[in-house]
Design a protein around this ligand. Sequence first.
Ligand SMILES: *Cc1c(COP(=O)(O)O)cnc(C)c1O
Length: 237
Amino acid sequence: MTEKLYNDIEYNYKLIEERITEAAIKSGRARDEITFLAATKTVDAERINYAISLGLKYIGENKVQELLSKYDDYDLENASLQFIGHLQSNKVRQIVGKVDLIQSVDSVKLAKEISKQSLKNNVNSDVLVEVNIGEEESKSGIKAEQLYELLDEIKNFDNISVKGLMCIPPICDSPQKILKFFDKMNNIFIDISGKNIDNISMDILSMGMSADYYEAILSGANMVRVGSSLFGARDYK
Ligand SMILES: *Cc1c(COP(=O)(O)O)cnc(C)c1O
């Protein structure tokens, strides 16, 4: 890895840290109440581990194959590995026990499979439910109106615990427009928290990416997933 790449990651890391701190304070919270997860798709383990050496503590992959190919090389002594992408039921067994959080549960079928594989491996899997907050056909995630039904099923499954919600809102041409979706998510998050459902805790609200993590924190996010602002533009080759 070239000197410049290292320097860029360090510079970006510090800048993101500063902005997260600023947004946390602005929203009446402390820096340590917000989790900074780096979205690491297409980024090699060397660069990921360099970010970890700077203090990064959470990383997230969004493809099972890519996660497995890098798995032995991540510095997992110093960071928590999570799954943030769309997950097919037939791939669940490949990651259960390897990741600390699956952020993208959006169907009873998927939750049931995570429960089954977790039971088999004698582990407990923490998950977030992904909400398709913009109700876009092209996106995964469950519609907000079906969320309670889904939680009502998952709460009875063994070896799986819901820890919160995640969303990827529609692409908006201004931060103001995206705030509407973040606020809607935060309201749902607060509503579910207040219901005290068994086995369902609302600890994590995962929303905000490179373009909008600042706004997301202002709207209540306590986990942001940042990729390109940290590692630079992705090279999909
Ligand atoms: C890639 C990705 C991100 C980060 O995207 P950037 O815009 O590069 O910050 C966040 N969440 C998920 C689920 C992703 O796949």
